[in-house]
Design a protein around this ligand. Structure first.
Ligand code: UDP
Length: 256
């Protein structure tokens, strides 16, 4: 790994130069962060689970015609992806009130929204990823009106696909975040899905019990985050119950 050129290091993933022009390698780390990295822990095996879950989702999206950056999974922690120019926005789709929507607008967590709501956040850690409107996005040139339309259309298709996929295994998709990129192809630029989709970037509740099976277990100190991610993978049929995500390396045995 160290022989490769690092292109970018984020909180949960690192991007390396790919084997050929126009490709990158996306490495999934075990770091769990929340509240703009104020809260940070290493969760042994999270990267492996997210790599597998995101691979499953992106390859299915590719198959149903939703364009993504995903090419193939390379190993336990890495995927080969298409290099894109990331649009500096987080696109959030919400079906049920939770998180910042509940606290900002005083809507009780768990309230089913009258329709799916799409929101944009400007990706800037120093500013804490503020919510922005289409006016801000076009005025500051982060994306054009056409690109906003394309991102919204993509987000709705992803929402429809994911809602059905999760419902089929007894999981309710509350909300999720996607990131989009510009891909240059035969002199035309098109918007495709980038980054990852995993329990780090979705809110997932058990349909019956409403048990949280996502990063809120970490944000809210509920414990059992890895077990919940493992259960998502198991329910989707990605990993079997007894398959343990490979650990990152030797584990320190504590003497006390
Ligand atoms: N989300 C994300 N990355 C972020 C912020 C949010 O993946 O930097 C996801 C989050 O997991 C949830 C959805 O986007 O599924 C909506 O998050 P919200 O705005 O409620 O923010 P939060 O409560 O996580 O601060």
């Amino acid at each position: 790994m160290s022989r490769r050129r690092k292109i970018y290091e984020g909180k949960a993933k690192t991007l390396y130069e790919g084997p050929e022009a126009g490709t990158l390698i996306q490495f999934f780390k075990d770091d769990a962060t929340a509240y703009n990295a104020e809260k940070h822990e290493i969760m042994d095996g999270k990267g492996v689970l997210n790599n597998r879950i995101s691979e499953y989702i992106f390859s299915h999206l590719n198959r149903v015609g939703v364009p993504t950056h995903f090419i193939k999974r390379l190993n336990m922690r890495e995927q080969l992806i298409k290099e894109v120019e990331i649009i500096p926005l987080e696109v959030v789709v919400r079906n049920v009130a939770a998180g910042s929507l509940s606290s900002r607008l005083g809507v009780e967590e768990g309230t089913i929204l009258p329709r799916s709501i799409i929101e944009f956040y400007y990706k800037d850690d120093a500013l804490n990823d503020p919510i922005v409107s289409e006016e801000h996005i076009t005025a500051f040139g982060w994306a054009s009106p056409q690109e906003i339309d394309d991102m919204m259309a993509l987000a709705i298709r992803v929402n429809d696909f994911l809602s059905g996929m999760f419902a089929a295994v007894g999981i309710q998709l509350i909300d999720f975040k996607i990131e989009c990129g510009r891909l240059l192809e035969n002199d035309t630029v098109r918007i495709i899905l980038a980054d990852e989709i995993s329990p780090d970037s979705c809110r997932l509740w058990d349909l019956e019990t409403k048990k949280k099976m996502d990063k809120d277990r970490f944000r809210q100190d509920l414990g059992g985050m890895l077990d919940a991610y493992q259960e998502v993978a198991t329910r989707l049929g990605i990993m079997n119950k007894n398959e343990q995500p490979a650990k990152s390396g030797p584990v320190l045995v504590k003497s006390d």
